[in-house]
Ligand binder design. Structure first.
Ligand code: ADP
Length: 483
């Protein structure tokens, strides 16, 4: 047994170092600033870029609006100057030829000036300084129009006298000065407006230039972040996949190691059992030969039977874990169930197991050992699930279902499937047990699907879980015939 002991030590060492390795592998955490974060940043940058472009467009249209506003003011100023000049020309013409049309034109020019003045006032309503300037212009223009009106209303002689006056007479000089003041004030008003317009345009242009630079920077940065994000995501997936493969390899190694160790143990146990059987046969013969007591012979016989039973169990265990190629043959479902249950019974015996095998089932063309492995896995899981349950009952039924299939269903009275594994139940390395490898159900699925069947799990009525799988019946071959 020393060989087996060494193997056990070896197994324990390997197991603990692999557990450490697994823990280290699952601890490998991804950088917090992963691909997903970069993609999120790219999306934010694209949104910001959109906002900036919109702002830039708004600033540009502001600039156009200001230009239109400035143009409107300048046009009104020109119109006002023209109205005044027009009125002066009409008054002069009337003095030469007293045509009433000139008076009408003067009145029209005055009307026009008032319309222009009101429009101009509305345009500069947001600028008190310009309003004040306009007030002054208003006073001067109105005074000029009043004087022109007075002039055309004089009689012809009075008008002729005024026209004949020397140009340096104070009243004539005063009128010229009034006219010049109007021109100067209008020019000053215009200069202020042009200055304002330039200032606003410069502001708008500066803002729009800053926004343009920011937009260009973002337009470069956002796709870069996007590409980098996708690259990192791809990398992370690749790393995760590599890690999964690594874990799978570790598990496979563990399984292989476990298989070898169990095989070795079975081999080691087999030899002393066989030897003991031989010795007991000798005892049996000796007791019979020397006329020893019947009781001694019976006991020895029973001991031999028990040891033989142990040998056959060990043999089954050996078959079960031996590495072997798939061997399919026509088997009866009842035999498979009986062997699996007896194999399982060697592991645990304290649970009540009820089997219900429907009569007249077709035979199955299967690898018996593999299907027994499926059953043992399901039985072992059910047992482990029921460890803390008050009621511990197992029902295993086998029946014929549609499509010529045979269905195995194992119902337990455990707590049901944990929510975190329910969806990924048959995937490898899914386990809620501290020492679980999480490969049992994935192996079951592989075996069942290799045999052309299907496996699934569902909650059992009244609590617990039902694991069921189907296998195709072997055409024209029933258990009765096979027997
Ligand atoms: P392992 O037994 O090593 O954990 P399995 O693949 O056999 O691996 O099982 C995966 C998981 O499925 C178990 O950890 C357990 O959470 C759950 N499970 C399996 N069978 C049952 C059952 N009968 N009742 C409740 N949960 C189960």
């Amino acid at each position: 047994m020393s060989g087996a002991g060494d193997d056990l030590d070896h197994w324990a060492d390997a197991r603990s170092s692999m557990q450490q390795f697994e823990r280290a592998a699952t601890r490998v955490s991804l950088p917090w600033f992963g691909g997903a974060s970069l993609l999120a940043v790219a999306v934010v940058l694209f949104i910001t870029l959109g906002v900036l472009l919109d702002l830039s467009r708004t600033r540009l249209s502001d600039s156009f609006a200001w230009t239109r506003h400035g143009d409107a003011i300048l046009l009104r100023l020109v119109d006002i100057r023209q109205s005044v000049a027009q009125a002066e020309a009409n008054a002069r013409a009337f003095a030469l030829i007293p045509d009433p049309a000139n008076v009408a034109a003067l009145t029209a020019a005055q009307r026009e000036w008032r319309t222009d003045e009101a429009a101009l006032r509305a345009l500069v309503s947001d600028n008190p300084a310009q309003q004040q300037r306009l007030d002054q212009i208003y006073g001067l223009v109105e005074a000029r129009f009043a004087r022109l009106e007075w002039f055309v209303r004089l009689d012809a002689a009075a008008r002729a006298a005024i026209v004949a006056m020397p140009a340096d007479r104070p009243s004539r000089t005063q009128q010229r000065r009034l006219s010049a003041q109007i021109t100067t004030r209008l020019a000053a008003f215009r200069a202020v407006e042009i200055g304002l317009l330039d200032e606003r345009r410069a502001f708008a242009e500066r803002d729009s230039t800053i926004l343009d630079y920011l937009s260009i920077a973002l337009a470069l940065l956002a796709p870069l972040c996007g590409v980098a994000g996708f690259y990192l995501l791809f990398q992370e997936r690749h790393r995760r996949h590599a890690r999964e493969l690594q874990m799978e390899l570790i598990h496979t190694q563990r399984l292989a190691l476990m298989g070898e160790t169990a095989s070795m143990l079975a081999h080691e146990v087999n030899q002393p059992l066989a030897a003991a059987t031989n010795y007991l046969s000798v005892v049996n013969r000796l007791a019979a030969g020397t006329g020893g007591t019947e009781k001694l012979r019976e006991t020895a016989q029973k001991a031999a039977e028990q040891i033989n039973r142990a040998v056959s169990i060990v043999q089954r265990l050996r078959n079960f874990i031996a590495k072997r190629d798939s061997e399919r043959a026509s088997e009866s479902a009842a035999l498979v169930v009986a062997e699996a249950v007896s194999l399982f019974g060697t592991l645990r015996t304290t649970i009540r197991l009820r089997t219900d095998i429907a009569p007249g089932l077709p035979n199955l063309y299967i690898d018996r050992v593999q299907i027994e492995q499926v059953l043992v896995n399901l039985l072992r899981n059910a047992l482990e699930a029921m460890q803390a349950s008050e009621r511990r009952e197992l029902d295993l039924s086998v029946s014929a279902v549609a499509g010529g299939m045979v269905q195995f269903a194992l119902r337990d009275t455990g707590p049901g499937l944990p929510r975190e594994v329910a969806e990924r139940l048959f995937r490898p390395f899914v386990s809620t047990k501290p020492d679980g490898m999480g490969v049992g159900l994935s192996i079951c699925r592989k075996i069942v699907s290799d045999h052309g069947g299907r496996i699934w799990a569902m909650p059992a009525e009244g609590g617990g879980t039902v694991f069921a799988f189907t296998l195709p019946g072997h055409d024209g071959d029933t258990a009765a015939e096979a027997a």
